[in-house]
Design a protein around this ligand. Structure first.
Ligand code: NAD
Length: 255
């Protein structure tokens, strides 16, 4: 087997939706999956993508819009007759802390980060044959009491949704897994204070931020047939951040 064949193994022809794919991690996921032979439809609320999507096609869609999902699924039904994979990547953050967060902002974040993936699963699953895969994009915030309370609680909720979906869809041969990125350099994190970045690096055993391609490689694996017995799993792609459970500063302090 050549290196190129090896890279394509398990993804060739897979009809795949990636949400929030106009930029950042979603764009890298769409590009990587298409590079490895998947037939990718990238969607996002943005009119046009900011980033290069390679061979992926692009369509504007808001993940919180039920009618948008209906139209999208009808298009894939017509064009392919099936959906092999859904990557629920679209997400928004909101950095208000506990004392200041407005309940309306909590709901807005929740709608994108939790209701969006729910609608995606509800609309895509009926068209998914056995062997299909759903990947939900969580966050290290989903394991901790991370300070942006709206974001943190939404990602904890997404973990619950993923577990339920793995249970309910497993008997139909549909796998559902969740990834939890640490600090990845994207437009989302670029909007945070530099001290936020430094503090994240200080908590990361690998001592650096992650790249969108490092996340995309994991998504590609979870979509591919290579992960055929993986379901209900939660995989951190965080440079070791969540593995130390908060003791890194102690280890650093004692030398
Ligand atoms: P980003 O802000 O760079 O990109 C997110 C994309 O989602 C944008 O293109 C945006 O337009 C799109 N989007 C927002 N609301 C949408 C909606 N309603 N419908 C469709 N698209 C919508 O963010 P990113 O850093 O690439 O993050 C991607 C995912 O990874 C998110 O779920 C995020 O929470 C998660 N994540 C990111 C990091 C990080 O460090 N960057 C860490 C942990 C988890």
């Amino acid at each position: 087997m050549t290196r190129r064949d090896d890279a394509r193994d398990g993804l060739q022809g897979k009809v795949t939706i990636v949400t929030g794919a106009a930029r950042g991690q979603g764009a890298a996921e769409a590009r990587t999956l298409a590079q490895h032979g998947a037939s990718v439809l990238a969607v996002d609320v943005a009119e046009v993508p900011d980033d290069d999507l390679g061979d992926a096609r692009y369509q504007r869609m808001d993940v919180t819009d039920r009618a948008g999902w209906v139209t999208l699924v009808e298009r894939l039904q017509r064009d392919h007759g099936r959906i092999d994979a859904l990557v629920n990547n679209a997400g928004v953050t909101w950095r208000a802390r506990l004392a200041d967060v407005d309940p309306d902002d909590m709901e807005r974040v929740y709608r994108v980060n939790v209701v969006g993936p729910l609608l995606g699963i509800q609309h895509c699953a009926p068209l998914m044959p056995p062997g299909s895969a759903i990947v939900n994009v969580g966050s290290v915030a989903a394991f901790t009491g991370h300070v942006p309370v709206a974001y943190t609680t939404s990602k904890w909720a997404l973990r619950g949704l993923s577990k339920v979906a793995a249970l309910e869809l497993g008997p139909r041969g549909i796998r559902v897994n969740t990834i939890h990125p640490g600090y990845i350099d994207t437009p989302m994190t670029a909007s945070a204070a530099p001290t936020f970045r430094d503090a994240n690096v200080a908590e990361t055993p690998l001592g650096r931020t992650g790249t969108v391609d490092e996340v995309a490689a994991l998504v590609a694996f979870l979509v591919s047939d290579r992960s055929s017995y993986l379901s209900g799993a939660e995989i951190a792609v965080d440079g070791g951040m969540t593995a130390h459970g908060g003791v890194k500063s102690i280890a650093d302090a004692v030398g």
